[in-house]
Design a protein around this ligand. Sequence first.
Ligand code: ADP
Length: 480
Amino acid sequence: MEPYEYGVFPMKDALELVLIFEQSGKILYANTEAEKNLEYQGNLCGRKISDIFPGAFKEEEGRVVTDYPFGREPHKLIAYRKNLTCFPVRARIIEAEGREGTYICMANVIVEEESLGREVIQRKQEAEQALKVKSEFVANVTHELRTPVNGILGHVRELSEKETDEAKLRTLQVIERCCGNMNRIINNILDFSKLEAGKFVLEPRRFHVRDMLDYVRSNHINKITEKGLDFFMTVSPQVPEYIVGDELRIVQILNNLLSNALKFTSVGKITLEVFKTAQVGGKVELFFIVIDSGIGIEEGDQGKLFQSFSQVDASISRKYGGTGLGLNICKQLVELMGGRIGMESQKDKGSVFSFSIWAQADGAQTEEDEDFGEETFVEGFPLSGLTLLDEAGDALKQYGTRENREALHKNLSKLILCVEMENWEKAEMFMDTIRGLCEGAPREVGRVVLRLKMAVQKENYEKTAAGVEELKTFLEFDEE
Ligand code: ADP
């Protein structure tokens, strides 16, 4: 009997097993796939559906009884072959349209699906094992690397204490800085591999927020002023005195953002701002913003910043160093603390990095805190990052403005100081900044800047000093 007689689409060559049977359980039709899988050698018709699915259909007094839930929803059944071996199927059994008492069973063999499932589980276990081996390897290697680096660091510090020769002391300081950089990279790799393996655990404890911020400030302030930059920090009065959170990791995120701000800014200022943006019960959302007036990031490059090993371009990594892991680690840490990280930037204007975290507020609350009800979200906040950039950058980089002249004076003094100390490498750095500040200046100023740059490159003290003086007279003249 052909299936079209039942008013259904042709099912002879269907990929699923098709059986049509009547109320008595007698099979009226079996398609090729059913014949092949059930191995009845073309003799399925006339058999009972209870022979095929004995678990679901029983013969009782010449009728089949079943509690199988008929309908389009598939259910798992065990199908038996003629030789009584069996295999699982996912089957739908429906009553044939216009043929009361006639049923169509459509079944998919799930042996493959199950073995696929087993394979997926096996692959997952293998991947987990590989990740575990990798994490252990990374942990071992980083530990092995840390030991000699710390050994060198200890000896260098000891030698520095005794050394009186200026040149040798400078070399020792360079070695110490290199060891510090190496340790930072080792820590980043270790954190990254732990976060990747899902093994990173936060360690929350009670701490004083403003003390923590002062500590972060003290980590960077020397380098910031050394570079001739200004630093501003504002903490909103609504930020609680104490919170319960992972202080070490918050410090790590802030350190990373501030080091980047410092690394990529040669003139202007760096600002750190902290606000309380929401409170739900005893939990507060703190919002941190780091703003710089540095080189900025092209819009097309902004999307890849938080990916691992991502740096904007090769020339930047050559010039500024780094592994491209820092921001990815920050993102993962922020997300572990229930927050989000984001950035806004404009090429040659600067960048604004911001992140939020949720933490338990602890200890005495300020008056403002008490004003907050059960669930509060601070309105009208935060300010647009790009507005902040406009305030920070525009006037400074425009030749002749008050901000620009002040920055030029500052950098010329730093340049001459470096030259007097014969630190030509650093002098070149200030020279780059001075050139940037003089962009758009009149031709005669541009010519002096070029002569000054060549003098610095040739490490010529007299010509550098003369160039600095000449440039200063232009500035004073412009001021009048
Ligand atoms: P790295 O250790 O290389 O600095 P990060 O993940 O911290 O790695 O930063 C990735 C890249 O993002 C940097 O190499 C740089 O190109 C860009 N970047 C990060 N912060 C700033 C910033 N404040 N100004 C300009 N570029 C930045």
